[in-house]
Write a protein that binds this ligand. Structure first.
Ligand SMILES: NC(=O)c1ccc[n+]([C@@H]2O[C@H](COP(=O)([O-])OP(=O)(O)OC[C@H]3O[C@@H](n4cnc5c(N)ncnc54)[C@H](OP(=O)(O)O)[C@@H]3O)[C@@H](O)[C@H]2O)c1
Length: 301
């Protein structure tokens, strides 16, 4: 990978123009990279196409014409499909291409993709992110990277367009593992906050006062404070959808089973999250993961 002004000549591909991918791809386009995008549902590519991005019909077409291929798709099945399925990006990659997967998936999935890449002479980094769609839009994500350190070093300039900081975590899968640690805290922390709110209400505390004072305690994080606004307004716009939190709890549980790691609080939080996620999905609703607070309130009345 080249650096400085030369870097703007790198041809960048982006697979997965969803909530996160659209915002990251938008930043790469704004930074002057020639950009090709692919999304399974074509309509999600229109806004970036109007701003000058090329749209590829298949991931393999995108990979054939890119020096660096980013991806940000929903889950392990999706990354398997866009990389190794029919017309998949890795099936057509040229030796020397760098693949950077920013999806939240199992560490073992990242290792499998890296091995498939090595067979074709391409480098692969797992680089999942911590943040939301708005932090992605502002280039303020935290990026956790696993893979060859020299490849990571060569990619730091491009990571700096997407995140406020990137952290090299170790060999392939280490970025994915770090992301699961961060989301363990995120999910269990939100469940704890939900229980505290429901508990306080049940104990007769006045709602607005309870939320205000919880927000002032040192034990509540900045991101949790921002979610207390959802509780006040009763609206939970999906910044980080509950369905993705539920998916991530599944990845954490699978990995914990594999490692024989004991995570009792996480298991309890996962059950609540899965139940509420199923309820929202049956009702055709997509809400933020903080809506678990409302779910706990309802259970507790
Ligand atoms: N949203 C957040 O705040 C956030 C924060 C940190 C990390 N993440 C992680 O970032 C990744 C992307 O999240 P997002 O919020 O952008 O999700 P999203 O808005 O639901 O977008 C999902 C993307 O994956 C694609 N996709 C899903 N299933 C597919 C399949 N079987 N084959 C091909 N493409 C498929 C979708 O294509 P279609 O448009 O065709 O469905 C879309 O491009 C996830 O792994 C998520 O856990 C999200």
């Amino acid at each position: 990978m080249t650096t400085g002004t030369e870097q703007t000549k790198l041809r960048v591909g982006f697979i997965g123009i969803g909530g996160m991918g659209s915002r990251m791809a938008s930043r790469l386009l704004a930074a002057g990279y020639p950009l090709t995008i692919y999304n399974r549902a074509r309509e999600r590519t229109h806004a970036l196409e109007e701003r000058g991005a090329q749209v590829a019909a298949l991931p393999e077409t995108l990979a054939a014409g890119s020096d660096v291929v980013f991806s940000s798709v929903a889950d392990d099945a999706a990354i398997g499909s866009v990389m190794l399925g029919q017309g998949g990006a890795l099936t057509a990659a040229r030796p020397g291409t760098i693949f950077i997967d920013m999806s939240t998936v199992l560490p073992s999935t990242s290792r499998g993709l890296c091995a498939a890449g090595l067979e074709r002479g391409v480098a692969f980094l797992d680089a999942p992110v911590s943040g939301t769609t708005s932090t992605a839009e502002q280039g303020q994500l935290l990026i956790f990277v696993g893979g060859e350190k020299s490849v990571y070093e060569s990619c730091r300039p491009i990571f700096s367009i997407l995140g406020k900081e990137s952290f090299y975590m170790g060999p392939t899968g280490a970025g994915a593992m770090m992301k699961l640690c961060a989301n363990t805290l995120l999910g269990v922390g939100m469940q704890a906050l939900a229980e505290a709110v429901a508990f306080g209400l049940k104990g007769g505390l006045e709602r607005d006062r309870l939320l205000e004072v919880i927000g002032n305690t040192a034990v509540v994080s900045r991101s949790q404070i921002s979610k207390l606004k959802n509780v006040s307004s009763g609206a939970y716009p999906a910044e980080f959808p509950l369905r993705l939190m539920s998916k991530d709890f599944g990845l954490i549980a699978d990995t914990a089973t594999h490692l024989a790691a004991t995570m009792p609080s996480t298991a309890a939080a996962q059950r609540m999250c899965a139940m509420e996620s199923a309820r929202q999905s049956a009702a055709g609703r997509e809400e933020d993961f903080s809506s678990i607070i409302r779910a706990m309130e309802r259970i507790s009345v």
